[in-house]
Design a protein around this ligand. Structure first.
Ligand code: ZN
Length: 124
């Protein structure tokens, strides 16, 4: 019961509610659009509805969190050439065809290029 109470407490938090709205809108939007567009549709949509009915400070806080996450991902990408999304998927990009392949793959499943080392990746 303790865990359930904590969960309910968390859900009653306005900031969490905002992100739940974004998540629900994202799921609906991703039926019609690809991931990138769905993200913008859901976050802008949730902000719009939130500003009409709820505390605007919460929406501002949520955007600050999202923007700082974006900043971290961009910094990792440009300073260390590290693609966080691919890393989370456990994949890399083939230097020949730029298609996704598993990080541990020795041969590209798309063009049959032989990977020579771990750093062998498509730079884009
Ligand atoms: Zn390939």
């Amino acid at each position: 019961m303790e865990a359930l109470n904590n969960l309910l407490k968390l859900i009653s938090e306005p900031l969490v509610q905002f992100f739940l709205w974004v998540a629900v809108l994202f799921i609906i939007a991703s039926i019609f659009f690809d991931r990138r567009i769905s993200f913008w549709v859901s976050s802008v949509g949730a902000t719009y509805f939130w500003l009409k009915s709820q505390d605007p400070v919460v929406a501002l806080k949520a955007w600050l969190i999202v923007m700082s996450l974006f900043l971290i991902i961009l910094i990792l990408k440009f300073l260390f050439n590290l693609n966080v999304v691919l890393l989370l998927e456990g994949k890399k990009r083939c230097p020949m065809c730029c298609e996704k392949a598993y990080r541990k793959a020795k041969v590209c499943p798309h063009c049959h290029y032989r990977f020579t080392s771990e750093e062998d990746e498509c730079k884009s």
